[in-house]
Structure formats: structure tokens, C-alpha cells
Design a binder for this molecule. Sequence first.
Ligand SMILES: Nc1ncnc2c1ncn2[C@@H]1O[C@H](COP(=O)(O)OP(=O)(O)OP(=O)(O)O)[C@@H](O)[C@H]1O
Length: 252
Amino acid sequence: MAVKLSKKIMSKLGKTNAEFELIEEGDKILVGLSGGKDSLTMIHAMKEQQRRAPFKFDFVAVTISYGMGENFDNLIAHCREHDIPHIVHETNTYDLAKDKIRKNSSFCSFFSRMRRGYLYSVAKEQGCNKVALGHHMDDAAESFFMNFIYNGQMRSLAPKYRAENGLIVIRPLIQMRERQLRAFVVDNGIEAIGDEACPAMRFDVKMPYARAKMKDMLGDMEKEYPQLFTSLNAAFKNISADSFFDKEKFSL
Ligand SMILES: Nc1ncnc2c1ncn2[C@@H]1O[C@H](COP(=O)(O)OP(=O)(O)OP(=O)(O)O)[C@@H](O)[C@H]1O
């Protein structure tokens, strides 16, 4: 059955694309597909964009398996049903992680670093020039406050940047709200993979509480200031670097 994408999602995608020149004529894009609601929305929005856009681009959805016996049958069937090219790339990250955890290295960052490496190598193998990730505005805001509070850094998630290996990383959903993406999978009755797939659930490690805390804090702030996310989005494009304490950024 064909999926229905809201006007809001498609117009946000179009605007973000135009604003940051994310998807361009002739691109071949690897789209990271975890099977969660965000990346599922992304593959459908990109498929629709492909149909509507006056320029041609290709994409392939890629799922990195950590080698912990994940079952991607539904995801594979879903992509097939919607005529979306899809590759499941098997890895032994889970086994490697067992050693790493004994050495007490940070669990989630290990998986995310490994995953990124695999996504880049599959992108090169497949002749892709770009890699698309399904981060949204709530992720950008949470990352900003996490870096601010826990790491003493002013950083967020860029809509577009060049990785060291030359690949361009894009985030087509970065100006969308998480609730819009959740609504897409719910309204279309799409089964999304949830937190149960997070490898941290298999180990006796603390779940990433910092992000959950940021989510709660932002939820409370948004109740008090309903325009919070619109304002954050504007602020992320309006940075006065020379008004902070970084000597390198002073204007004199
Ligand atoms: N196992 C994976 N294989 C391929 N891409 C992945 C995988 N895990 C994450 N990604 C990509 O990285 C993005 C951010 O990952 P993160 O784990 O933060 O996702 P998330 O917030 O759970 O989103 P989603 O709902 O898409 O899983 C995803 O949207 C997806 O594009």
C-alpha cells in the first residue's frame, strides 16, 4: 500500500534541501536506515522527493547489522514492497564490543563510531558521494544542550558537512520535529524498530540517561515557551561567535 506523507514533511524537506543544497542533480546517496521511525520516514520522503524533483538523483538504503542476531525481515520486506533499494551490511561489532566494554570504553560512542565507519565504507563501495542520516530538530537541540551542559562545548548537528574521507554527510530531516516523524509511521501503520534494538539493552550498562534528561528538560521548557524550537532553529543560523570568550573568534 502506498504511504501518505504530510504536506508539512514534504515542504520542510523541500525547503531544507533548497536552503542547504543537500540533494543535488546526479547525487548518489547512501541513506542510513536503522529501521527506526526517523530513518523510515527519511527513505519515504526521499522516494517522494525523487518523484517530484525536477532533477535526478539516486539513493540506496543501507542497514548496518551489529551481528547480534537482529531480525531485519520486516524491514527488508518493507523496502521491497516500496521499491526502495536496500542493503543489509553484516558486521561483528557486537563481538568486538564485548572486549571494549571490559576495557570500560564508552558503549554508545563505540557503536556509533563503528557504524559510521561501516556506512562510509559501504558508501564508497556503492559509488555514493553523500551519506544521509535521519537526525531531526529535537536531536539537534538535545545534542546542543548535552554538549553545553556535559562537555562545555557549543556544538550541534550540522545539516551538511564534509567528512574527512571526502564524503558529504547530509541531514534532510534536521528542521523537522520528532513528533512529525512519529506521526508518519503511526498514521501509515508502519512497524518501526524501537529502543529494544539498541545494543546497550543487551549489556549490563547504564542507558544513555543524559539524552533522556535533555529531552525532559526541553519538554518542560517548551511548555513554558511554546516557540522554543522555532527560536532554537533561528538561533542556530544566527551565531555571534565573537560575543563569546573564544580568543580565536574575537573580531579584533
Ligand atoms: N544500524 C544502522 N544502520 C544504518 N543507519 C543507521 C543505523 N543506526 C542509525 N543509523 C542512522 O543514523 C541516524 C541517527 O541514529 P540514531 O541512533 O541517533 O537514530 P534514532 O534517533 O534512533 O533514529 P531512527 O529512528 O532512524 O533509528 C539514523 O536516523 C540513521 O539514519
